[in-house]
Design a protein around this ligand. Structure first.
Ligand code: GLA
Length: 742
């Protein structure tokens, strides 16, 4: 029997077990619910290695290849390999024949590094796998090194999985996301039957129709319970995610960057590294997965210097006004000043000047690339407006779209070769614009200089960084596909800007939600989740978003009514209650409101300010009462060093309840809050500005009167198991409750 070593990593709720031997890639034994005794105590792990415990059927190879961390093509592995490579059509088969590992433990993170060699294919692979023992987040990335002698053909890399992971064989469904502009994060559920479930994006960004992440669900998985897996690729460009049912009945998960033919070619001695796969598994359903992802995202956020040397931490997320749906391209300084004055008066803290401030930008046909103020609209530049905004007590923010150029711009007229185009093929514009070749140093220098001048000359504290088209004709200077180099160039430029201006916050926007991922997270502090400000559409978008990223980085605005993207009309309380779920803002012309409406909006802004520290730093749960009522709940952050039991105690909870469609039952289903501790007693009261305003036919409902009066109390057990009776709300009504431990 071959000698193998069992390697194991244990988190708070999950464990990983691998079998290592020095002559092959490590074999996966387990990734799932936490094993409370060491795996070594379990007889099968020590008595039998993986091969000894597998039967071989007569017509198969006597060598049966189980799932490893890096499965190669063609030598007993008949499913999707973890890498697809060749040298001028040769050396495509891979089977590692030497391996060594290192194990380390720094802080909360346990790391395994696997050094794998295939001396025949002449490649080396380094896999880094680390588990955060507090958050259960597993990170994986892979480096491929071409070790062939000088003078041999380069190694073409068609596919290199960031990670290859086993899923519980019981996983029966994968939940991913589809959508389009202004309607992202629509949930898709596909059965995991035979064969391969796979989604790719080739748009050079995640796209509205994809998100680089999904959940694998067991039959027991729901929002609150059951073994659930989550995976996400931390990369802002192309991606592939696949789950495959293996011939042995198991399931493998692979994620990585989708590569165009010829895009990555390694000369002798060269290497490439994948983006990071961020994965987790939780016995507490998709909410458990979300909480792990939120912790990971928060660890990546940088609030000041990128190296963290200034110790900057998150400030309260300021209330925004964004000018886009208020005035579009129609910039008039006196209107903007009036808008700013009236916004400040209702409690707005940051004024963001959207598209339309630079030359020739009276619509979206021209101007991108010419990053200086339009002398007609702003004869003295942007500084006077920015200073006025500051005088009113707000920060000034500015919209830019650096990666793009309109053919009708000075930049394009001077440098037509800077745009991604293919000689001989027709120019393909999208929103009348082309994409710059972000891998070029001269392009980066130009953009850095323009942004630097803006940020130096004007007191700009925030950039809304947009990206309004897919990449096509993505061929770089050397004639190779340039998706990867463009995404990297985007990061490089962000790093330069953040390094020069560490206290300028940046928002990632791509026509709303087409570039949302953890790859860009070290450089940005906010995402524009969607171009829709329709509150009903936003509920779905925001639930998808917060499955992966925390509320404080999710831009959420009270938009105009009727909504510009859908034409639907929603009352202010509903629009405001939906925007409370994230980083709150306003995106309509507040000058059109009368005094009563303004003071109503101001009360919602006050509510946001009073709960943002809970919503933005703590734990989040999503829930569904049934019959068209959904909720979001937020508890203050816990001490991560607390014991497992202490860590779960909910002392305060903010619950936002939304009725989406008209009531279908005489009684609304109760609000069950499974995160509450049975033995605790909670006071429940309504805290939104509508409190005291009677819902539809609720007057005889005594419990609700107590909730409105703040005198209602119940045990955690009752609230978790039986639930809080809810009033009859009309469609598109919302309320906010606060629970406090008595
Ligand atoms: C994109 C953004 C919008 C707005 C416009 C401006 O569509 O998503 O929020 O900034 O561009 O052109």
């Amino acid at each position: 029997m071959t000698t193998s070593i069992i390697l194991e990593l244990h988190g708070k709720h999950s464990s990983l077990v691998l079998e290592f031997s020095p002559s092959e890639a490590p074999l996966w034994r387990y990734w799932g619910k936490k094993l409370h005794s060491r795996a070594k105590m379990h007889a099968p792990y020590t008595l039998f290695n993986q091969r000894a415990a597998r039967s071989v059927q007569p017509t198969n190879l006597e060598f049966d290849q189980p799932l490893s961390t890096c499965v190669g093509l063609g030598l007993g592995w008949f499913s999707t390999p973890s890498l697809a490579i060749h040298r001028g059509g040769k050396d495509c088969f891979v089977q590692f024949n030497a391996a060594r590992y290192e194990q380390s433990h720094t802080g909360d993170v346990q790391t395994l590094m696997f050094h794998l060699t295939d001396s025949i294919a002449q490649i080396e692979v380094l896999q880094v796998l680390s588990l955060n023992t507090k958050t259960d987040v597993l990170l994986m990335k892979t480096t491929l090194h071409n070790i062939s002698p000088q003078g041999t053909e380069p190694l073409d890399v068609q596919w290199l999985a960031a990670g290859t992971l086993p899923l519980d064989t019981q996983c029966s469904t994968v939940q991913s996301y589809k959508g389009q502009w202004a309607n992202e994060f629509l949930v898709c559920r596909d059965a995991l039957l035979q064969g391969t479930w796979r989604r790719d994006t080739r748009r050079g960004r995640n796209g509205h129709d994809q998100f680089a992440g999904s959940l694998a669900l067991t039959p027991e998985s729901n929002l609150h319970h059951g073994l659930t897996y989550g995976m996400h690729l931390a990369w802002s460009g192309n991606h592939t995610q696949l789950i495959e049912r293996l011939p042995d009945g198991g399931l493998q998960l692979q994620m990585g960057e989708w590569l165009a033919p010829g895009e990555i070619r390694l000369a002798s001695g060269e290497q490439c590294t994948t983006p990071e796969l961020v994965a987790t598994c939780s016995p507490q359903g998709s909410n458990g997965v979300a909480q792990s992802f939120h912790a990971e995202a928060r660890s990546r956020l940088k609030w000041g210097k990128l190296d963290g040397s200034d110790g900057a931490t998150m400030r309260s997320r300021p209330v925004h006004i964004n000018t886009w749906e208020a005035i579009y391209f129609d910039h008039k300084p006196e209107v903007l000043l009036d808008l700013a004055t009236q916004s400040a008066a209702i409690g707005v803290e940051r004024f963001v000047l959207d598209d339309g401030w630079f030359p020739a930008r009276s619509d979206d046909h021209a101007g991108l690339g010419d990053w200086w103020p339009d002398a007609k609209k702003y004869p003295n530049g942007l500084k006077p407006l920015a200073l006025e905004v500051e005088r009113l007590g707000m920060e000034f923010g500015l919209w830019v779209e650096p990666e793009m150029v309109n053919p009708d711009s000075d930049l394009y007229r001077n440098h037509p070769d800077w745009a991604l185009q293919i000689n001989g093929r027709p120019m393909q514009t999208g929103r009348f614009q082309l994409v710059l070749d972000m891998a070029r140093r001269d392009v980066q220098d130009y953009l850095f200089e323009k942004m630097d001048v803006l940020l130096t000359e004007t007191p700009i504290k925030y950039l809304k960084w947009d990206m309004n088209r897919d990449l096509s004709a993505a061929i770089g200077q050397a004639g190779h596909a340039a998706y990867h180099s463009n995404s990297q160039g985007f990061y490089d430029l962000l790093i330069r800007i953040r390094t020069a201006h560490p206290h300028v916050e940046i928002e990632s926007c791509a026509s709303g939600g087409a570039r949302i991922d953890m790859g860009v997270l070290p450089y940005v502090q906010r995402y524009w989740a969607s171009d829709t400000n329709d509150a009903l559409s936003r509920i779905g978008v925001q639930r998808g978003f917060t499955q992966f990223l925390p509320p404080e980085v999710m831009g959420a605005h009270v938009g105009p009514t009727p909504a510009h993207t859908t034409g639907r009309t929603q009352a202010l309380p509903f629009r405001a209650a939906v925007a409370l779920q994230g980083h709150f803002g306003i995106e309509f012309d507040v000058r059109t409101m009368d005094t009563n409406e303004k003071s109503e909006l101001a009360t919602w802004i006050d509510l946001y300010k009073s709960i943002r520290h809970v919503v933005h730093e703590g734990r989040t749960w999503q829930g569904d009462c049934g019959d068209g009522v959904v909720w979001q709940a937020y508890a203050p952050k816990i001490d991560v060093d607390a014991t497992e039991d202490d860590g779960q105690i909910v002392r305060r909870l903010i619950v936002m309840v939304y009725r989406l469609v008209p009531i279908g039952h005489i009684q609304t289903p109760a609000l069950r809050l499974p995160m509450l501790q049975a033995e605790n007693q909670y006071n429940v009261r309504r805290i939104d500005p509508q409190a005291g305003k009677v819902f539809h036919h609720t007057s005889p409902y005594a419990v609700f009167s107590q909730i409105e009066a703040g005198t209602f109390e119940s045990s955690g057990e009752w609230l978790a198991q039986s639930g809080l009776p809810l009033p009859r709300m009309k469609a598109e009504q919302a309320m906010v409750l606060e629970l406090n431990l008595v």
